[in-house]
Design a protein around this ligand. Structure first.
Ligand SMILES: CC(C)(COP(=O)(O)OP(=O)(O)OC[C@H]1O[C@@H](n2cnc3c(N)ncnc32)[C@H](O)[C@@H]1OP(=O)(O)O)[C@@H](O)C(=O)NCCC(=O)NCCS
Length: 166
């Protein structure tokens, strides 16, 4: 398994990957594709957002790819924390395609993402999940996450917050 940046060569695999997801739930959201929006334009927009456009904190995005060149999951790594990220989304957001869950892939993907935050010089990595996301909390704890105070969003959603020290 390896991480690869989104590029034109992943277009058909990316579309197949998204067919397994409920559109509104695609996580991380950077991997959502708008209907009838050319893939080249998606890639261009992603590049701009990675550089900080649209109020984004600079970020990096990768697919998790298996030996058969199939996308298993995806991850977004945010290079620093805004106030919002400090409370809600953290440094790293990840997702695994529904047919490939419960096989250890998210645990592996987070461990690979932590090598990238190491390269970025981030010593304390914040990773969060919603209170009801037991799988995500297990993945974070397996990667050394130590729980901090939760944050309750204005609409009542409770976010669990974990720090991974490197
Ligand atoms: C959460 C998610 C990333 C977990 O991915 P995964 O590849 O299934 O996770 P892993 O296989 O690495 O599981 C790690 C641990 O979590 C446990 N786990 C995973 N999903 C679980 C679930 N739904 N309920 C209970 N435990 C779960 C596994 O049993 C495993 O523990 P074990 O090794 O002790 O058995 C995946 O379900 C997903 O993509 N969900 C939608 C997007 C999302 O919620 N992303 C995280 C937002 S912060």
């Amino acid at each position: 398994m390896r991480l690869e940046r989104p590029s034109l060569k992943w277009k058909s695999e990316h579309i197949a990957y998204l067919k397994e997801w409920d559109e509104a739930k695609v996580n991380p959201s950077s991997f959502r594709l708008k209907k009838d929006f050319p893939y080249e334009d998606y890639l261009e927009e992603l590049k701009e957002e990675e550089a900080g456009k649209n109020n984004r904190v600079p970020n990096s995005n990768y697919f998790l790819i298996d030996e058969n060149n199939r996308i298993l999951g995806a991850v977004t790594i945010r290079h620093f924390l805004s106030d919002y990220l400090r409370n809600v989304d953290g440094h790293i957001g990840a997702g695994i395609r529904p047919s490939e869950r419960r096989k250890g892939y998210a645990t592996f993907l987070l461990s690979e993402a932590l090598k990238i935050t190491d390269q970025l010089g981030i010593r304390s990595v914040l990773v969060t999940c919603n209170e009801d996301n037991i799988g995500s909390a297990a993945v974070i704890i397996k990667n050394g996450g130590v729980e901090d105070e939760s944050f309750t969003e204005p609409h009542g959603n409770v976010v669990r917050r974990f720090w991974i020290e490197r």
